[in-house]
Design a protein around this ligand. Structure first.
Ligand SMILES: *[C@@H]1O[C@H](CO)[C@@H](O)[C@H](O)[C@H]1NC(C)=O
Ligand SMILES: *[C@@H]1O[C@H](CO)[C@@H](O)[C@H](O)[C@H]1NC(C)=O
Ligand SMILES: *[C@@H]1O[C@H](CO)[C@@H](O)[C@H](O)[C@H]1NC(C)=O
Length: 439
């Protein structure tokens, strides 16, 4: 989409959409109104007018990684693998398997690929060490708690003094320029409310276990050191990205939340979801929640190197409007379908492995239940180099000879055997790292 038309949408949206989109907050609150407007400007700025090029860039990184010496070595080593550290994809190779990782944590911020590639999180900030797993006072969070860390105004690189389980009593409202880096500890966000990334930019979340998230009542919650507000009940999503840009979620282990595991909605863009392991859940990832919210045309998301594992049912992801690059993921389980969508999303599926369930009625990877064929036959949904097993099939759409087909004249990731994606996603999920040892 051209910038001019984006601006047009933008002027429309400020007037027409902000009141209706302000779920969870009372939009009469001036602070949130200003945040919403700044966030929409940030979304326009983060939007990439050439998403095909960005997807191509990603593929080049994978290609270079696979053709470099490191992979050949690890291919040879695979048979003898005895638990030594191995980085099996280009994101991980950028930082993993160095003994001094804990002295150089911010290196991680250089490693993101895909649409979220400009995300630096708290790279420029100090380290904040979370020492206390409690969450008793959401209005005046206690220093040393995760909630106290995420409401600070300056950039912060947030780490954990030791392993802990944090039961959030209300949603955790994160401010801009933060990294939550759980490496070196076994940190679970569980049995309470989830994480909310609302009208902010530049957030990295790495290495958390997030599970059994439940709805919370809402109420007065501090969302910044100098502001608090009244919030409605939260839905029980694991991570909710709401009107935010430049977000990177990496090496998460997520399961069994009340609503979605990850939602990205309301003009969120420049997002990469990578190296994560998803299990035991129905509605896994929702990208765009409303058929009428057209600014979601700016939504651009990379889903890469993830393992969609046991006990999953649908929405891996379910997309609306935007551009979605779903690349080199391992889909080993689904009950209904893997990738779905409505409202003309562009979905480029490349180099994934899809293993269908035994149920004859659920062999199709794709799902467009909410539209008639006459409508969806024009949507660009491409499958290139995907590996299909146990009868899985992807129903493509969009005119393959049309001018709007991405990658038409480009070099592409070639089809890889299933073992290849197994390797790229081998260490999906939260890693177990110890300071002073290779991670
Ligand atoms: C958003 O962008 C518009 C147009 O460039 C500008 O007039 C407005 O002041 C910006 N708003 C904020 C809150 O930065
Ligand atoms: C691969 O290894 C060879 C021989 O060890 C070396 O000459 C070459 O520069 C290496 N290439 C890359 C891309 O690292
Ligand atoms: C895709 O779906 C359309 C409409 O249901 C159907 O006619 C077509 O045969 C399907 N193609 C494949 C490859 O399954």
């Amino acid at each position: 989409m051209e910038l001019a038309s984006l601006r047009f949408i933008f002027f429309f949206t400020i007037a027409a959409f902000i009141p209706s989109l302000s779920v969870n907050i009372f939009y009469s609150d001036e602070v949130w109104r200003r945040r919403a407007e700044e966030a929409m400007n940030a979304t326009i700025e983060a939007y990439d007018p050439n998403p095909e090029d960005a997807a191509h860039q990603f593929n080049m990184h994978v290609q270079n990684f696979l053709e470099g010496n490191s992979t050949r070595r690890s291919l040879l080593r695979r048979a003898k693998y005895k638990g030594e550290c191995r980085a099996t994809n280009p994101i991980d190779r950028c930082w993993r398997c160095r003994e001094n990782w804990a002295d150089n944590r911010r290196k991680l911020a250089d490693c993101v690929l895909g649409f979220g590639h400009k995300t630096t999180g708290g790279k420029k900030g100090n380290i904040y060490v979370v020492t206390d797993n409690s969450d008793r006072d959401v209005l005046n969070p206690k220093p040393g708690t995760l909630r106290h860390a995420v409401i600070q105004k300056e950039p912060l690189w947030i780490i954990f003094a030791h392993s802990m389980c944090i039961k959030l009593s209300q949603e955790l409202i994160i401010t801009s320029d933060k990294t939550i880096d759980a490496r070196g500890a076994d940190v679970h966000i569980a049995y309470g409310a989830g994480i909310m990334i609302q009208y902010v930019k530049n957030v990295i979340i790495h290495g958390l276990h997030i599970h059994h998230i439940v709805p919370a009542s809402g109420g007065l919650i501090r969302d910044s050191v100098d502001h608090y507000g009244l919030r409605t009940a939260s839905d029980g999503d694991g991570i909710s990205i709401f009107g935010s840009s430049n977000v990177w979620l990496d090496h998460l282990s997520m399961s069994q939340c009340h609503d979605g595991l990850i939602d990205a909605v309301q003009g969120s863009t420049a997002i990469t979801i990578s190296n994560s392991h998803f299990t035991k859940h129905s509605d896994v990832i929702l990208l765009g929640a409303s058929d009428s919210y057209t600014p979601d045309k700016m939504m651009q998301v990379t889903i890469a190197f993830n393992h969609f594992g046991q006990g999953l049912i649908q929405r891996m992801p379910r997309c609306r409007f935007g551009f979605f690059h779903v690349v080199n993921n391992d889909y080993t389980h689904w009950k209904m379908y893997a990738i779905g969508g409505s409202k003309d999303p562009t979905i480029i599926s490349q180099g994934n492995r899809f293993i269908a369930p035994d149920n004859q009625a659920a062999k199709e990877v794709t799902n467009r239940n909410y539209a008639k064929y006459d409508e969806w036959k024009h949507w660009i949904w491409r499958s290139e180099g995907d590996l299909f097993m146990n009868g899985a099939f992807f129903n493509q759409s969009g005119d393959p000879k049309g001018n709007n087909i991405p990658f038409r004249k480009r070099e592409m990731i070639k089809a890889r055997p299933g073992t290849f994606v197994t390797r790229l996603t081998r260490f999906a999920g939260a890693l177990y790292c110890t300071a002073g040892k290779k991670c």
